[in-house]
Design a binder for this molecule. Structure first.
Ligand code: AMP
Ligand code: GLY
Length: 418
């Protein structure tokens, strides 16, 4: 009998997961909770939020769901996996205690120090005076990370002591982030890349590496965002770099989590930097990256249901086949994002695109597709070379008609630098 799958989440990442599952010959029916207007073309959307664990569980039981796949960290951090497993339901994602590798920066840093996994030197503080003294002893640039899930907004790269001090006051005195601790770490340099792996205990299967673009505008200018585009096949990350990242970072981390009694059972995302002293960890995430997933999963040429279910049931993994093509994705965001923006603008023309389009924040209003979020959609081109993928993504992005969208035009520029 065909398999019935529930995907939890509502962004471009979940659209890419739904798309990959829809290519599985075993999968007969896909639900997505809560999903979005684009996902609705490929899955039946259900009005349950990603953190409504009881409702999700009840839905999975009532609908005889064979497998649930979790996108967002918020759902993992509230223990959706633990709850499903307790009820005997199959689910892909990490337990609450394994999710600490993302939800607690300090947990992640302590793990790396204990198991000799390369990362920037650090100290953690909950006292402003002590943090300030440490920052002064280290000098600038210096990096401050608020300890807790902060939706990517909890990191400040301070270029001066004054900037660092202002951030410390924010984080430790004003409590604008909620009461917490701050990890202060050394500033590293080098190209950044994302290495996502499927992990089952000590078993680790890498996906193609990708690079995100966090700043809002061309030339990496403007404020930090959730990601304005991504691409694969970066020429400056070699097979040797990937082998080093696997041997020094991803495999030892998976082992360490087993040794700590919280084995991984989902995606481990390494936010890595190729520094002059080798590959080092900037951060770990306990889930698929966004927008990296939107450029990586289109290259998955095996049956992804098998991979998800093997991890969910703790069975040995089969090495999947990946296409050697390149992909490049351009995010279309609402004008004003990541600050204030308006919603509800009609979007036309996407039916003319020859590329994939994953929806991030769209809705349907009286049968018209409209903008409904900061990041609205990502146009993902795939081609034999990165240059072709770039040209295709650029051309196709122009076909999207909407009065309130902007996008970067330099996604992948580090690969094209002479
Ligand atoms: P995040 O918001 O956690 O994704 O990280 C924000 C960005 O801060 C990263 O993508 C890096 O560019 C930068 N960053 C974080 N830690 C360091 C570090 N130790 N040295 C230099 N840059 C860093
Ligand atoms: N692309 C960064 C993240 O998913 O957190």
């Amino acid at each position: 009998m065909g398999k019935r799958v529930l995907v939890v989440g509502s962004g471009g990442r979940e659209h890419a997961i739904v798309d990959a599952l829809s290519r599985s010959p075993q999968v007969e029916k896909i639900y997505c909770a809560p999903g979005n207007a684009g996902i609705a073309a490929q899955a039946e959307c259900v009005a349950i939020k990603d953190t409504e664990v009881e409702q999700l569980k009840q839905f999975a039981v009532e609908q005889a769901i064979d497998l649930t796949v979790v996108g967002p960290e918020a759902a993992l951090a509230v223990g959706v996996v633990d709850a499903f497993r307790k009820a005997g339901l199959k689910i892909f994602g990490h337990t609450q205690s394994a999710t600490r590798i993302e939800s607690s920066k300090e947990f992640a840093k302590q793990l790396m120090v204990k198991y000799d996994i390369p990362t920037a030197a650090y100290e953690a503080f909950d006292n402003y005076e002590a943090a300030r003294a440490y920052v002064e002893s280290k000098g600038a640039p210096i990096v401050l990370k608020y300890d807790g899930l902060a939706a990517g907004k909890g990191v400040v790269v301070a270029m001066s002591i004054e900037e660092a001090d202002a951030a410390l006051r924010d984080m430790l005195l004003d409590e604008s982030f909620g009461k917490g601790r701050v990890v202060v770490e050394d500033f590293l340099t080098g190209p950044e890349f994302s290495l996502m792996c499927f992990v089952r205990g000590e078993e680790v299967l890498p996906m193609p590496v990708a690079q995100d673009h966090k700043r809002a505008f061309d030339g990496d200018k403007g404020p930090n965002t959730g990601g304005m585009g991504a691409y694969t096949r970066m020429p400056f990350i070699t097979d040797d770099d990937i082998a080093e990242a696997m041997e020094r970072v991803m495999l030892p981390t998976a082992k360490a989590m087993v040794a700590e009694g919280c084995p991984l059972s989902g995606v481990l995302y390494g936010g890595l930097m190729k520094t002059p002293d080798g590959v080092k960890v900037i951060e770990f995430n306990a889930r698929f990256g966004d927008p990296e997933t939107e450029v990586v999963l289109p290259l998955f040429d095996s049956d992804i249901y098998d991979t998800f279910v093997a991890i969910a049931t703790n069975e040995p993994l089969t090495e999947p086949v990946w296409s050697s093509d390149a992909t490049l994705g351009v995010v279309l965001a609402s004008k004003g994002y990541p600050g204030h923006y308006e919603k509800g603008f009609p979007i036309r023309g996407i039916e003319h695109l020859s590329t994939k389009v994953y929806h991030m924040g769209t809705a349907r209003k009286e049968d018209q597709l409209v903008t409904a979020g900061g990041r609205v959609m990502i146009v993902v081109a795939r081609a034999a070379s990165l240059a072709e993928a770039h040209a295709l993504a650029t051309a196709e992005t122009e076909k999207v008609e909407c009065d309130n969208l902007f996008h970067r035009s330099d996604i992948g520029y580090q690969a094209f630098k002479k």
